[in-house]
Design a protein around this ligand. Sequence first.
Ligand code: CP
Length: 345
Amino acid sequence: MRVGSGIASRVGARRPGWDLCEVADLDVAGACGLLAVARALVPIASGEPGARRAAAGVGEALRGAIILSLFSEPSTRTRLSFSVAARRLGADIIDFVHDGNSSASKGETELDALRNLDAMGFAAIVARDRRDGHARHLCGVMRARVVNAGDGIGEHPTQALLDALTVLEAFGREPVPGALRGLRVAICGDVRHGRVAHSDIQLMALLGADVVIAGPEELASAELARKYGVARAPTLDAAVAGAHVAIMLRVQRERLTDVQVASDAAYHGEWGLNARRVGLLDPRGVVLHPGPMNRGVEIADEVADGPRSRVLRQVTLGVAVRMAVLARACGVELSSCLEGQEVAR
Ligand code: CP
């Protein structure tokens, strides 16, 4: 389901700052700039005790700003990490859902609700929705800048940024153009319905990685590989052999309408990352998963909890990325608050 057509934009002047609806909203310099700021924010984002001095300036950066969180689809990591990120910058963040607990129950349309919210003067909006293109649609309705926290089977750009930061850190790379050159990134599983996959493919390629997708034909087709200009491996073994990064994706069963996927056990046998397959990775290879994980389906327990797993590190780095993205959305430059934190080289 796609939204965005049929409603003429009647929004007034947009607020200062920048939207982030898709990876295509970033050029390589913009992506590297965000990654550099996020990297410098990591000690503050993760609440490390030694970061208190630096945190003082950063913690005031969005003081007085109120961010609107519009999550109409379930989320654990993204919703909470945007909330933590906003609070670490000194902003308030409040939630709204256009459902039976709102005036939707009295007949108010969603568009009217959004216009009324916009009239309250939010600094930025973070939105997750089941409809593809919803974040872009909001840009035509709201003055506040919009950050896409996942739109249907569209994109999830902040997840791609945190995945890229995780890979940079794992391989000791600087956030500069070409940062991922020479690294093979295998994106495996339900690529078709995976908004993380759509954003990851584009951002990893933008940073110079050699990207390969793999999964059942109906979830990771040759046509999809052609669309993104990446390779497709016929098996999971072939995808991960020699790869530096394996990004495992769950099968989005709630979005399957026209395809049948094997049982969990059969899927795991053919497309699940187990200890044997991890052994095929490059010796320095790491395993990422955006979560939520379906253990015993796309990833085995011993891999999810094993030494190659960067799954929880992704979550920590996600707070730093979302701090950088929220500041950008509000038009606030964090570099001056981060002096001595090595924002860029
Ligand atoms: N990675 C991710 O989007 O997780 P949540 O659905 O829990 O936010």
